[in-house]
Write a protein that binds this ligand. Structure first.
Ligand SMILES: Nc1ncnc2c1ncn2[C@@H]1O[C@H](COP(=O)(O)OP(=O)(O)OP(=O)(O)O)[C@@H](O)[C@H]1O
Ligand SMILES: [Mg+2]
Length: 461
């Protein structure tokens, strides 16, 4: 049998070359050559004929397509099921990304444990840990459920793709976790495990088996320092759902967010807390964050939307005089560019200039908020910090809450679901809520909260 050969194909211009080059000889782009399997001589000969010699396909009317509705597989972790759009879809591919140590293996182990306990056929493929390590974690995760759940998940510790695929075909699990896609390798490609060519080939071949055998596969993927899923973006196009597990390792809160979902909304997010016994769903996240809100100068509560669910989080700011040119702008849990925009609008339209001060803005609890409704919270927190005034409203009204998008001319724009945000704030006793409806411009919003803060201060004195 002839040895299968590989070619290196430029992902920008399609130039192919037998050897790897750092710079594509075709288009002179750097680092674009990716190793792929070379087509066999028979395939090449067939392609030379018109239409590759393939028989034409027969289109069918959508009305005639039989679409069996498979029930979704519930992982038993409510937050995970919600992010997936109501559970795992049989035959679908989910890419679960996250930085090292964030809890990807923990989450997938727990999900498989629950599925096994519910009588589903499962398989856990680990290319990173030994079976013994996985057992130790399973024991830690489910001490009370013992053999019922986590310990009844079949595992293989394997990095060879062909062996994994053969096992999948033989075992035919309903749900399989591949931990991680970067650790598997296709022996016919010379690239190291985790290289672009390898990851693409591994994911592509797993997908074919998964679709054919109706296996729901969760591919665990590492995330690079910059926050992108390591490996090619093409992986994100290939899979049905991309879920990102994020948060800071030192903090206890983690959020799971769908970046892409062919079977559900991409707005959903789940909040978890990392404990000794594993990841615990945080169902009362708002209550915790509101309880922890300090109410000091620089603090404000943001009534955010995490998908279809409202979430109250505390946004804190610190403004400190600086000699640095340009001064520092540090932001945690929010978009850096939004901070720059908000600071510019604050200076231009609300008379709060922070041009010669370092500005730090932080969402407490390691949560990430990625919605324009956070603008007003950033603005109020920075203004409160710059003026040194606590925004506590009237007696018994609790900390000030807010939401709203900031326009470049200083106006406040409404954001999605104002009623749900308001009722969430009311639920947790926050009566002083600044919204685009209550204050049409940033200047008015600021004046209102500062006036109430002044009244509260005088009343206290
Ligand atoms: N005994 C323990 N008690 C409490 N928490 C623990 C314990 N052991 C591990 N953890 C937590 O679990 C995390 C690691 O979880 P896990 O192995 O699921 O992460 P991962 O995302 O799969 O990491 P990797 O990228 O290394 O595969 C640690 O960062 C730590 O927070
Ligand atoms: Mg892991």
């Amino acid at each position: 049998m002839p040895r299968p050969t590989t070619v290196h194909v430029c992902s920008a211009c399609g130039h192919s070359s037998a050897r790897w080059h750092g710079r594509c000889p075709g288009c002179e782009a750097w680092n674009t050559l990716v190793e792929e399997r070379a087509p066999t001589p028979a395939a090449r000969a067939a392609r030379a004929r018109l239409g590759g010699g393939a028989a034409p396909a027969r289109p069918v009317l959508l009305a005639d397509v039989s679409a069996a509705r498979f029930p979704r597989l519930q992982t038993g972790i409510g937050e995970l099921d919600r992010v997936l759009g109501g559970g795992l879809v049989p035959g679908s591919l989910v890419l679960l990304g996250g930085s090292p140590g964030i809890g990807k293996s923990t989450l997938t182990n727990m999900a498989l444990g629950n599925l096994a306990a519910a009588g589903r056929r499962t398989l856990y493929v680990s290319g990173e840990e030994s079976a013994a390590q996985i057992r130790l974690r399973a024991e830690r995760l489910m001490p009370s459920r013992g053999a019922g759940g986590a310990l009844s998940v079949p595992v293989i510790a394997e990095t060879d793709l062909d062996t994994v695929l053969a096992t999948l075909e033989a075992e035919r699990p309903e749900v399989c976790v591949i931990d991680s896609v970067q650790s598997l390798h296709d022996a016919q490609l010379s690239g190291a495990p985790g290289s672009v060519g390898q990851v693409r080939e591994v994911a592509g071949r797993i997908m074919r088996v998964a679709k054919a055998a109706q296996i729901a596969v969760i591919l665990v993927g590492h995330v690079t320092k910059e926050g992108a899923l390591a490996g090619p973006r093409v992986l994100e196009h290939l899979v049905d759902c991309v879920a990102q597990f994020e948060g800071e390792r030192e903090r206890t809160y983690r959020t799971l967010r769908a970046l892409k979902n062919r079977f559900g909304s991409t707005n959903e997010a789940g909040v978890f807390e990392m404990r000794d016994s594993g990841l615990v769903e945080v169902l009362d996240a708002s209550a915790r964050f509101v309880d922890e809100a300090t109410g000091k100068p620089g603090s404000v509560v943001l009534a955010a939307m995490e998908g279809t669910r409202p979430l109250l989080v505390e946004v804190q700011a610190l403004v400190s005089p600086s000699e640095l040119v340009p001064p520092r702008r540090v932001v945690n849990g929010l978009d850096r560019n939004r901070l720059a925009l908000v600071l510019a609008v604050l200076g231009r339209h609300a008379g709060v200039g922070v041009g010669s001060a370092d500005v730090f803005v932080n969402v407490v609890g390691g949560v990430r908020v990625e919605e324009p409704g956070a603008d007003l919270a950033i603005a109020l927190a920075v203004a409160s910090a710059a003026r040194g005034v606590a925004l506590g409203g009237a007696q018994g009204a609790g900390p000030v809450a807010c939401f709203g998008e900031l326009g470049l001319t200083g106006e406040l724009r409404s954001t999605a679901h104002p009623d749900r945000r308001l009722s969430e704030a009311a639920k947790f006793g926050l009566r002083d809520v600044v919204t685009p409806q209550s204050a049409p411009t940033l200047r008015q919003a600021l004046r209102a909260v500062l006036r109430r803060a002044g009244e509260a201060e005088r009343a206290a004195a």
